[in-house]
Design a protein. Structure first.
Length: 49
């Protein structure tokens, strides 16, 4: 295997893992946002009832 091929492989692997990491982080962020929304709605319901 030549060096350029190896470089490209490691580069694509890095990009792949970075992409996975971004997606996971995005999911976590989205979940926390949803939780905040739910708690806000619950609080509003508590106040109104």
């Amino acid at each position: 295997m030549n060096t350029t091929g190896k470089k490209n492989l490691t580069f694509s692997l890095k990009r792949y893992f970075l992409g996975l990491f971004r997606i996971e982080r995005g999911k976590l962020f989205w979940r926390s946002e949803q939780k905040e929304k739910i708690t806000k709605i619950k609080q509003m319901v508590m106040v109104n009832s």
